[in-house]
Design a protein around this ligand. Structure first.
Ligand code: ZN
Length: 305
């Protein structure tokens, strides 16, 4: 990694990274419906003949998909090439910020311009040393010069810090509200809270019932059967105690509540939605504080029904 004179990077500020980029699809009802279902957003403004698109979908309309955008100018590639050549070969998205000026409606066709808004001086973070690059995308609908919103996206282009020696798995944070759960795990019992007011089961543990507000509760022990409700495969960023890629699953227990855990017993790329799993307890190593256990779920393969 070598330093780049900051004036060279600063000169990219204000340069155009894309002009009149086009959204792949016009604003449309199916994408709005899928979005609302995924977000659990039942706001009536997004339904029916006068529906508007959720403002937070702004980025969804402008994404290039796996094959990328057409019409991107050289400035973006030039800047990233310069940073790559100087040894800042890694990238991580750090934050984004959106501003909404008017709603989009089904049928609107998306047009956007992107500028490189700022390039920071060299900064050192936990990940490594590099430069923050902020791009600003101005989005409008075809035929209307007024913007509908802006999307700012900040990335860190950095040289990875040297790898630290492997460390132990971080301990869960145990507090007054969840201590009973971890006591249960220590005794190989997976305990679900049950509301004393309305008997609704809840997980993770909380001091009150989201359904009726009652602070009274007791517990029921999970039978251990479940299915993979959803999952992601974790590639990046790497955490010292974990060895990517690995699958993180949202497991729906037979009792109806869901919990985030790991699926064991199958390779990460064989985990599937709907896969039956069974509870077990995994002993893991911490740093200096010995071992403890975590509830995980083993894939039930070849169960044959
Ligand atoms: Zn309740």
């Amino acid at each position: 990694m070598s330093g780049i004179p900051y004036e060279r990077l600063k000169a990219f500020e204000g340069r155009v990274a894309a002009t009149a980029g086009r959204g792949r699809d016009p604003v449309n009802e199916p994408m709005i419906r899928h979005w609302c279902e995924a977000m659990g957003d039942t706001n009536p403004a997004y339904q029916g003949p006068d529906a508007i698109a959720p403002p937070t979908m702004l980025q969804a309309w402008t994404m290039g998909g796996l094959s990328g955008h057409t019409g991107r100018s050289g400035a973006h590639d030039e800047l990233f090439g310069l940073l790559d050549d100087a040894g800042y070969t890694s990238i991580v998205a750090t934050d984004c910020e959106q501003e909404y000026l008017r709603p989009l409606r089904p049928g609107d066709r998306i047009v956007f311009d992107v500028v490189i808004e700022s390039v920071s001086e060299r900064k050192t973070t936990k990940l490594g040393t590099g430069h923050f690059v902020t791009t600003r995308m101005d989005v409008r609908a075809e035929g209307d010069p007024e913007p509908v919103g802006t999307h700012r996206f900040r990335m860190l282009k950095y040289a990875p810090a040297p790898k630290k020696p492997r460390v132990g798995r971080p301990r869960p944070v145990i507090n007054r509200d969840n201590a009973g759960f971890w006591d249960g795990v220590g005794a190989h019992r997976l305990l679900i809270q049950r509301c004393g007011g309305c008997a609704t089961l809840r997980f993770p543990w909380l001091p009150g019932c989201a359904a009726c507000g009652s602070p009274e509760w007791d517990t029921v022990e999970a039978g251990g059967e479940g299915t993979v409700y959803s999952y992601v495969v974790m590639h990046h960023p790497p955490f010292p105690a974990f060895d990517p890629p690995y699958a993180v699953a949202l497991v729906e227990l037979a009792e109806g509540v869901r919990m985030v855990s790991n699926v064991v017993g199958v390779p990460y790329d064989k985990v599937r939605i709907g896969m039956p799993v069974r509870l077990e307890f995994l002993r893991v190593a911490g740093d200096a504080d010995g071992e403890w256990e975590l509830p995980v779920f083993r894939a039930v393969v070849g169960s044959g029904g």
